[in-house]
Design a protein around this ligand. Structure first.
Ligand SMILES: Cc1cc2nc3c(=O)[nH]c(=O)nc-3n(C[C@H](O)[C@H](O)[C@H](O)COP(=O)(O)OP(=O)(O)OC[C@H]3O[C@@H](n4cnc5c(N)ncnc54)[C@H](O)[C@@H]3O)c2cc1C
Length: 465
């Protein structure tokens, strides 16, 4: 992927694109990949870096969502379990099967979670990745040596998927590029209008050189996640907001707190949610909270209260008690929740996605989960084809392999990180990284794993740009 070549491609284009996708998160890149592989001419623009929104800030689970099962949202769980199976098939280099253990402190809990997780297994049907089972006290301790053992009655083991969210995203972008999609980061949409032929005029701003120019499209897909109302407003000034926001925060600790390959699933926190402690890239990831926030921008900061809540909950389960000094990194993401009720408890609002088509033909796709990005993209592109009367072939992404990056070459960047100088060179030269942060946060995950190591490496990475 070459940014300058793609900008030249936009500037030289005289025909409207079939589709312009706004937003370079999981949903937008999924749409670009879907459209390109159906033979459509597609441009995707992202105002910051690819994945810099919610798509880099997930809990890294490719899952049906045990907690949605608890909420009775069976159709969301079924859809996500189907997509989990497809992701494991289509991107095995970055998505893997992960063991989760729910610790139980009474026989009743063993029975309750044992039955609940059997239902989860059954819902997976043909996409099953293995059966859940009840564990004895000894088996639970063997698999989760970092767990507090007082009062333990055993556990329930189940399987789900885990991934590196932006690694998959960048690989999807590279795959879309190979199929002819034109993707550009640091290029934001400033306004939308209609030309006399009914095409959309898309006003663009390049935040690297501050230049502005426009392009046109037969159909525009708005895949801007939590920011979708601002783009809906560009298309139709009378559009009413459709999303509210909730923040989910995480902390990252050393692997020593959970020195195992199994993840811990805490089924009921003090605020009635579920919490995960997951081994991730040689570290322990703990999350997430779920608190309402007023704006999408506020969704990306982790508060002291949330850190306290995550530490307190983890301390109730981990033998080695983490403190603030043990936190290597924190990150938060904002969920766009399509509000259909007037509830103030955001954890009860639906996580399913929604599709809107406004009176000017703008297709908006928002909400949903990383796990279900492919299905969301298929539906959005189907809608765009209908709105624009476009000539396209059938969707092929159910079985489309996502390109894996070549094996890392060069020296290790840091003894505690699994990345090499070759990864940095590839990020700058082939994966459209424009800044040191693009490399440290989203091509590699160093900033998400350990903020002080990321700071140490800034100068070295900058010298390789
Ligand atoms: C805390 C948390 C944990 C989660 N964990 C999981 C999980 O474990 N598993 C799972 O399946 N799902 C999870 N999710 C859900 C998942 O992360 C999201 O559903 C998904 O990332 C949303 O992707 P998106 O592309 O719709 O939005 P985003 O990733 O936010 O992308 C939207 C993009 O649009 C861009 N944009 C906005 N305005 C403009 C403009 N005018 N011009 C150009 N670009 C623009 C933004 O910069 C942004 O990059 C989690 C969500 C949260 C909040």
């Amino acid at each position: 992927m070459n940014r300058q070549q793609n900008i030249d491609r936009i500037r030289m284009r005289t025909e409207p694109w079939d589709v312009v996708v706004i937003g370079g998160g999981a949903t937008g890149v999924g749409c670009a990949l879907d459209a390109a592989t159906r033979g459509l001419d597609v441009l995707l623009v992202e105002r910051n870096d690819f994945g810099s929104g919610t798509s880099s800030r997930s809990t890294k689970l490719v899952h049906g969502g045990v907690r949605y099962l608890k909420q009775g949202d069976i159709s969301l769980v079924l859809e996500a379990l189907r997509e989990r199976g497809r992701l494991l098939e289509n991107a095995p280099h970055v998505v893997h099967i992960q063991e989760f253990i729910v610790p139980c402190y009474s026989l009743w809990q063993k029975l309750f979670y044992g039955i609940g997780l059997k239902v989860y297994d059954t819902l997976a049907g043909k996409s099953s990745i293995g059966r859940s089972r009840i564990l004895s006290i000894n088996e639970t301790i063997e698999r989760l040596p970092g767990l507090k053992q007082d009062g333990l009655a055993g556990g329930v083991l189940y399987l789900d998927g885990q991934f590196d969210d932006t690694r998959l995203l960048i690989d999807m972008a590279v795959t879309a590029d190979k199929h002819g999609a034109c993707l550009v980061n640091y290029l934001g949409v400033e306004s939308l209008a209609k030309d006399p032929d009914g095409n959309s005029i898309v006003e663009l701003r390049d935040s690297i050189d501050n230049g502005s120019f426009s392009t046109s499209a037969r159909v525009v897909i708005n895949a801007t996640g939590a920011f979708c109302d601002a783009v809906r407003h560009m298309s139709d000034h009378s559009a009413k907001p459709v999303v509210t926001f909730a923040r989910g925060s995480h902390i990252v600790l050393s692997r020593d707190f959970l020195p195992t390959n199994a993840a811990l699933m805490i089924p009921t926190t003090s605020d009635g949610r579920v919490l995960f402690c997951i081994p991730w890239l040689g570290h322990t990831l703990i999350g997430t909270t779920d608190v309402p926030c007023e704006t999408a921008e506020l969704g990306e900061s982790v508060t002291d209260e949330e850190i306290d809540f995550l530490l307190e909950t983890a301390c109730s389960y981990l033998a080695d008690q983490p403190t603030r000094d043990d936190i290597l990194s924190t990150f938060a993401g904002v969920r766009p929740l399509v509000s259909r009720t007037d509830t103030t408890n955001t954890s009860k609002l639906s996580r399913s996605h929604e599709l809107f088509i406004d009176r000017n033909g703008l297709v908006t796709i928002t909400g949903g989960k990383w796990t279900t990005y492919r299905e969301m993209a298929e539906q959005a592109v189907d809608a765009a084809i209908k709105v624009g009367g476009l000539n396209a072939s059938e969707c092929v992404t159910k079985t489309l392999a996502i390109d894996a990056p070549p094996a890392s070459k060069g020296e290790l960047l840091h003894s505690e990180m699994p990345y090499t100088t070759g990864d940095v060179m590839r990020a700058f030269n082939e994966e459209m990284a424009q800044t040191v942060d693009d490399v440290l946060s989203r091509r590699t995950r160093i900033s998400f794993l350990n903020e002080s190591i990321a700071d140490e490496l800034r100068t070295k990475v900058n010298e390789m740009a």
